[in-house]
Design a binder for this molecule. Structure first.
Ligand SMILES: [Zn+2]
Length: 490
């Protein structure tokens, strides 16, 4: 149902600002008519003798040859450069601490044959359209002393002849300099097009950005997406007990030549997605689910990070809270939930690999098919199971949202970069479910991967469940009670 590739969510936030003090890495960008961006980097050495930089990241959308996008690399007189196009390493040697000038071009190497990945993860530089992630534009300094405080500035010397949006500095259309740390720019997007529209969406007094290219039904789609975004982002912020949500950028563009429902990736504080160029209506229920799941990664994956082997949590739990928050905001009906969740149950319980142990999922993930859907399904079904258990044990006084808020606080206290472990999870869950029970359940249903055999007693009385050919079939028996289950929100 979802084909989101290599999602990367960084909790960098919007720390980019506009002070004028010269940065260690000063970038000057020029859009050139020959379909490239010329980059001039003035580097004030922060380490003696040499500095190592890398370009691109093959894991970002599976682009082993991303280095082909960087050409004409040269360095100012008196310095020397060593370029390894296999490791993507660029070492700059210098004699003293005087600034070194490094220049290169970023060219458009995307082709139609690369399909989805080419359009999402490569720089696209055309006469009327630019789409380039920071990781594909800037060099990444790999310092011997990683505690050094390094600053970076980005300035356009020659802008493209159309509007520009920079997700690292949403208010700056390229007319001013942006300053931050190198990491603030890496997983953020520079994009622009003649027909791009930017709407500022006010939510609880905060400015958020909706940046769209729309081919069909422009006014209708623009209005509908703005309304959806406001409604959903307000709801999910309340779910996470954050009445004053951080500014968020939602970027939506049609694929240039791909009839694929939707795909994209998380940004520093936002999401950049592309939808089928054939779509008349952007907001189909399926695309609403995907967009909401992606916004959910601002929390699960962002504020609550977990290991790549624990996608049952990072993706599966995120899916469950997508249902939760869509129901809570009225963007999904009980009938839709019943239908969709039964499809998930059926797909999972009929999959040949349904009992694959957790540690065998990630090594097989890129085989795609059921392998990459397994953690979403297993995790969301387990979250549903836990939610029911917590509600029953507390006589309706608590639910899985309370557990998630406690997990969020735990991770915030641990600091940026901390990854929630299975042990942390089971410890925090034992505030709601007896420790031995929850530990055994995680071991059985997640680590070993055994499918849960559902029975009516396991569920709150808004549901009934029956098994048919070893597949659970869920029914909502009381719509009123069901709706009250997901009405949480302060
Ligand atoms: Zn996801």
């Amino acid at each position: 149902m979802k084909y989101i590739l290599a999602l990367l969510v960084i909790v960098a936030g919007c720390s980019v600002h506009h002070t004028k003090s010269p940065a260690n890495l000063q970038y000057e960008l020029s859009f050139e008519k020959t379909n490239n961006i010329h980059v001039k980097l003035t580097y004030k050495p922060v380490e003696m003798g040499s500095t190592l930089f890398t370009y691109g990241e093959p894991r970002f959308g599976g682009q082993p040859d991303i280095i082909r996008g960087l050409t004409d690399l040269k360095v100012s007189d008196g310095s020397r450069i060593m370029f390894n196009d296999i490791s993507r390493e660029i070492t700059v040697f210098y004699k003293d601490s005087l600034p070194v000038t490094i220049e290169y071009n970023i060219i458009d190497t995307h082709t139609k044959e690369q399909g989805l990945r080419g359009e999402l993860f490569r720089p696209i530089i055309m006469n009327d359209y630019v789409y380039c992630h920071g990781i594909n534009l800037f060099l990444n300094p790999v310092l011997r002393n990683n505690k050094l405080n390094v600053s970076q500035s980005v300035e356009w010397k020659s802008l493209p002849p159309f509007k520009l949006f920079q997700s690292f500095d949403p208010q700056n259309n390229g007319s001013r300099i942006s300053i931050g740390r190198p990491a603030d720019f890496m997983y953020n997007l520079i994009t622009g097009a003649e027909d791009m529209v930017t709407d500022e969406v006010d939510i609880e007094g905060n400015r958020n950005y909706l940046v769209m290219r729309i081919i069909k039904n422009k006014d209708l789609n623009r209005k509908a997406v703005a309304e959806y975004f406001k409604q959903y982002y307000t709801g999910i912020s309340r779910f996470w007990n954050e009445p004053s949500p951080e500014p968020y950028c939602l970027i939506l563009q049609p694929f240039l030549s791909i009839d694929h429902n939707i795909g994209g990736m998380g940004l520093g504080s936002g999401f950049a997605g592309k939808y089928s160029y054939k779509a008349d209506t952007i907001l189909t229920p399926e695309r609403i689910f995907v967009l909401s799941h992606e916004i959910g990664h601002h929390w699960i994956g962002g504020k609550i990070d977990s290991d790549i082997n624990d996608q049952w949590f990072g993706e599966g739990f995120n899916d469950y809270f997508t249902y939760y928050t869509l129901l809570m905001t009225g963007l999904m009906t009980p009938d839709q939930f019943e239908r969709t969740f039964n499809t998930v149950l059926e797909s999972h319980y009929t999959a040949r690999i349904k009992s694959l142990p957790n540690d065998s999922i990630w090594p097989n993930y890129w085989k795609m098919g059921d392998y990459n859907k397994l953690p979403y399904r297993r995790g969301s079904i387990f979250a549903f199971f836990l939610d029911n258990q917590i509600r029953k044990l507390s006589n309706g006084g608590k639910n899985i949202r309370d557990l998630m808020l406690s997990i969020k606080n735990f991770c915030i206290n641990k600091g940026v970069g901390y990854q929630l472990s299975i042990n942390d999870f089971s410890q925090l869950a034992s505030e709601f479910i007896p420790a031995d029970t929850v530990k055994a359940e995680i071991d059985r249903y997640i680590v070993k991967g055994e499918p849960i055999i559902f029975s009516g007693e396991m569920l709150v009385d808004a549901f009934s469940v029956s098994m048919k050919d070893d597949v659970p079939i869920l029914r909502i028996t009381d719509k009123g009670k069901f709706e009250s289950l997901f009405s949480t929100g302060n």
